[in-house]
Each structure stands twice: as structure tokens, then as C-alpha cells.
Design a protein around this ligand. Structure first.
Ligand SMILES: *[C@@H]1O[C@H](CO)[C@@H](O)[C@H](O)[C@H]1NC(C)=O
Ligand SMILES: *[C@@H]1O[C@H](CO)[C@@H](O)[C@H](O)[C@H]1NC(C)=O
Ligand SMILES: *[C@@H]1O[C@H](CO)[C@@H](O)[C@H](O)[C@H]1NC(C)=O
Length: 425
């Protein structure tokens, strides 16, 4: 065959001939087994299949090389084996960089640009990790014991410690072969066929009803979905509690659900409170963070949790509010400001009052009480920006807890916006 007819044939195969319809793109709603899934540094999710990828949870397929152009340096490969976004706060040079695996090579990208020195051999970059992987997924410290990456090949999982560059190999035959794996919102998912299974990244344990169809959760397909994906209107929002912990995680609570507000780049998504705090089956009245612990109040009980995924209830809890804080009756909101040792507890039937309790004292008792200028408070958050008091779909801003307690009239309220809580304006 001469060059011209060869080129012509190739053009036909790729549907590139001028005027001809483009080759049919794969349809993920038809039920696809992905080769790899990973978010990029902006939280945009990429789903790979053969030479194609999908960007985000909706939209058509496109060629992978349009987004990651050097991926076809190894001609005729036409697929990605595995991909993940590195989490390593200790190794800032690789933090949030994306790794792609093709046969025995690894490509490292940042800002959608291949970095100098790549591709490298898999063994060179990740000693002890096999080539021709099925999938890979990061597991930050807190979810795994140390910052780690899990590499899957068949039923084996190779847990790679980022700091020590050591590998521990385990076998999880109860999991399907993970042709792609994904960490999203502090959970780990193994994909096989068009199904996925949520697993514990340390033990491989699966709890709950799996596998589930990925089309109901990880992409928008007509005829699939939860049915409750409609966003709440900002004007309908009513919080029960809001808090930021020492690690900078910000949680809001409303009815049976919670939402993380700080990892907004991966999208805001409501989850059941019991996913993270097993014992809180009836929601919360107030939540505050103090000294690496999360304090959750419901009715006259207080639950203290240690951070983990899911959070761990401290032994001996719940206790009564009377016993723990010297407070009786229902609580509307509670907050501690950064590096302070006073919890401000807000309660009241007709007039709202703020009680200050010194958390370093034993026993703990109310030291001061102030009437507040606002009634019907739902939740309060204290951050570096000041004190934010939430009431229905509005919030009030004060410089400090003391300025709030000392002011005789309510400040001018602001409306909760979609940027703050992902609701619909
Ligand atoms: C990211 O890449 C684009 C071009 O691809 C460039 O204009 C931009 O400066 C880069 N950003 C960073 C932070 O390197
Ligand atoms: C997907 O999971 C369902 C059960 O939820 C199962 O019946 C089906 O065989 C699975 N399909 C594939 C392709 O794994
Ligand atoms: C808040 O929203 C209401 C309508 O829901 C509107 O009338 C009001 O002007 C808004 N306030 C501010 C400060 O934007």
C-alpha cells in the first residue's frame, strides 16, 4: 500500500475525512467499564476509556490527547491503565499532581502539562509497584495510616507509603477486580464493569449494599440518578449547626445531612450524618470543635468524637450536657473561636442567651451569661473572619463573640449565597 492510500485508510478509520461524519464517540450512559478515573488539581473529574475521556459528570467523550497531549507519545497504546491525583502535604512538589500509568511507564502532569523528566519507568518512580496496573488511587493520612497510594492489579493491592517508598501487598479477593479506582469526598471506590463498590482503604472491607450502578451516582444519564439531585434554594436553607475544626475542615449540618464546605473544588455534596458519625441518628442541635475533638449536641446529650473516617466516638460518651458543660435544657448553637478555651453556648425560649463555659475548668460551669440581640439563632461559626450567626437563610456578622454579646441591636443580615453553600440563588 502506498503512503496516500494508507493515510486515507487511517482517516476513514478515525472519521476524519472532510465532510464525513466523525467516528461515533463512546457513550458512557450505555454502561462503560472505565480504564481510569481521577480528579485534576481543580477538582474536575476525568473518566478514561481507550483513547477517549469524559470531563466532569456530564457531557460527551473527547480524545484524551486534547486534554493531556503527550499521552500519545507512545503511539498505538491508545489507553491509560491507571490514574490518580497525589495527596502529599509533606512533599509539596508532588501534591495535587496527576499520575498516569501506561504499561510500564508513568506520566506526571501538573496544570495539564507533562513535567520534565517524564514519562519514567513505573519502577523508577514507585519502586516495588508492578507495571501494567489495573488502577491506582491516593489515600491521605487520616484515611490511611500515612500518605499512601493504593495500586491494584488483579486481586492484589499494593499499598505504597509515599514518605518511606515502601510497599505492602495485600490480597482482597472479596472485591471485584478494580479496573479503575477513585477517592471522592473521603471515600474510596472500586469500579468494575458499569458498577462500583465502596471499600475501606485500610482493610478492604465493604459495608452496605454493593455493587451499585455508577450511572446513578458518577454521571448524569437520563433514566438514572437518585431523583433528589435537585439543588435546594438558598432561601429555603435552615442550618442546625456549622463548625470548622483544627485541620480546617468545615462542616454544615441540616436535618439528616451534612456537607463539607472547605473542599468546594470537588463539588459540594450532601451526605447522611450517620455516614461519618454513626451514633447521630436523629441529627444535631449544635456542634463545636475544640482541641482536635468534635463535640455534637442533641437534646440533653453531648457526644465527643475523634477525627477519623468515620469519626470515632470517645469512650464513655454520650454524657448529659449538665454533666459535661453544666448546662440544662436544649441548645440552639455552640461555638469556640480559634485557639480559645471558652465554649459559647446559645439557648433560649423567648430571649436568646449566650453562656460562656471555660473548657479548662473542672467541673465545667457557666461563668458568664449575656442576653443576645437576635432571637431564633440556628447555628454559629467563629473563624478568622469573625463570628457568623445563621438564622434561616440569612446570617449576621460580628467581629467577635464579645461584640455580639455587647450589641443591643441586631446587625443587618446578609443572604446565604450559592458560593457559600452550593444552593440555588
Ligand atoms: C497553566 O498552563 C497555562 C497554559 O497551558 C498557562 O497559561 C498558565 O500560566 C499555567 N499556570 C500555571 C500556574 O503554571
Ligand atoms: C452490577 O451489579 C448488579 C447488582 O447491583 C449485578 O446484578 C450485575 O451483574 C453487575 N454488573 C456487572 C457488569 O458487574
Ligand atoms: C435577601 O433576599 C431577599 C429575597 O429573598 C431580598 O429581598 C433581599 O433584598 C436580600 N438581601 C440582601 C442583603 O441581598
Amino acid at each position: 500500500m502506498d503512503i496516500t492510500s494508507k493515510t486515507l485508510l487511517l482517516c476513514f478509520a478515525l472519521g476524519l475525512v472532510h465532510g464525513a461524519p466523525t467516528a461515533a464517540l463512546p457513550d458512557r450512559c450505555a454502561g462503560i467499564e472505565f480504564d481510569a478515573i481521577t480528579p485534576d488539581e481543580n477538582g474536575v473529574m476525568f473518566f478514561f476509556k481507550g483513547p477517549h475521556l469524559w470531563k466532569g459528570f456530564s457531557g460527551p467523550a473527547q480524545l484524551s490527547t486534547e486534554s493531556f497531549k503527550e499521552l500519545d507519545d507512545l503511539h498505538d497504546i491508545g489507553h491509560v491503565d491507571a490514574a490518580f491525583r497525589m495527596h502529599s502535604t509533606e512533599h509539596a512538589d508532588s501534591h495535587d499532581h496527576i499520575y498516569f500509568f501506561l504499561d510500564d511507564k508513568v506520566f506526571r502532569y501538573y496544570n495539564h502539562t507533562l513535567e520534565d523528566g517524564y514519562p519514567k519507568g513505573v519502577q523508577e518512580e514507585f519502586p516495588g509497584v508492578p507495571t501494567h496496573l489495573d488502577s491506582a488511587v491516593e489515600c491521605p493520612s487520616g484515611e490511611c495510616l500515612t500518605d499512601s497510594v493504593l495500586f491494584f492489579k488483579g486481586n492484589d493491592v499494593h499499598a505504597y507509603d509515599v514518605a518511606t517508598k515502601t510497599v505492602k501487598t495485600k490480597s482482597w479477593p472479596h472485591l471485584p477486580v478494580c479496573t479503575s479506582a477513585l477517592r471522592w469526598k473521603e471515600s474510596h471506590y472500586c469500579f468494575n464493569g458499569h458498577n462500583f463498590t465502596k471499600f475501606n482503604p485500610v482493610t478492604g472491607e465493604v459495608t452496605g449494599n454493593y455493587p451499585k450502578d455508577a450511572r446513578n451516582y458518577f454521571m448524569k444519564c437520563s433514566g438514572f440518578g437518585h431523583g433528589n439531585s435537585r439543588k435546594q434554594k438558598c432561601s429555603d436553607i435552615k442550618l442546625d449547626a456549622i463548625t470548622s475544626d483544627d485541620a480546617g475542615k468545615t462542616y454544615l449540618f441540616a436535618g439528616p445531612i451534612y456537607m463539607r464546605l472547605d473542599d468546594i473544588r470537588d463539588g459540594l455534596h450532601p451526605f447522611l450524618i450517620t455516614r461519618m458519625w454513626t451514633e447521630m441518628t436523629n441529627g444535631v442541635d449544635a456542634v463545636f470543635s475544640y482541641s482536635d475533638r468534635l463535640y455534637m449536641i442533641k437534646d440533653d446529650l453531648i457526644y465527643i468524637y475523634k477525627p477519623s473516617v468515620p469519626y470515632i466516638l470517645i469512650e464513655g460518651y454520650p454524657k448529659t450536657l449538665k454533666e459535661e458543660l453544666g448546662i440544662e435544657g436544649n441548645v440552639d448553637a455552640a461555638f469556640v473561636c480559634n485557639n480559645k478555651h471558652t465554649v459559647h453556648v446559645i439557648q433560649g425560649e423567648i430571649t436568646e442567651r449566650m453562656h460562656n463555659v471555660d473548657l479548662t475548668a473542672t467541673p465545667r460551669v457557666v461563668k458568664q451569661s449575656f442576653p443576645l440581640p437576635i432571637t431564633g439563632i440556628d447555628a454559629v461559626q467563629c473563624s478568622e473572619g469573625g463570628v457568623f450567626v445563621f438564622k434561616g437563610s440569612q446570617y449576621y456578622e460580628y467581629e467577635s463573640a464579645m461584640t455580639m454579646a455587647m450589641s443591643r441591636i441586631a446587625a443587618i443580615p446578609n443572604n446565604i449565597t450559592s458560593e457559600m453553600m452550593g444552593c440555588e440563588d
